[in-house]
Design a protein around this ligand. Sequence first.
Ligand SMILES: [Zn+2]
Length: 56
Amino acid sequence: MRCPICGNEDTGRLSKSRYFCSNCFIEIFYSRASELQILKILEDGSTFAVAFTENN
Ligand SMILES: [Zn+2]
């Protein structure tokens, strides 16, 4: 899984459809083939959903 934000290919896999980019400090939730959800991880450990759709 390549990070859609920074292009880092060394993302960690959290579960079947969840990945983590340690560069951006985000979770990438891969819900559908063409639909990604980005969760920004805040300092207090909570997450903030950032809409992202890969549709070029
Ligand atoms: Zn990244």
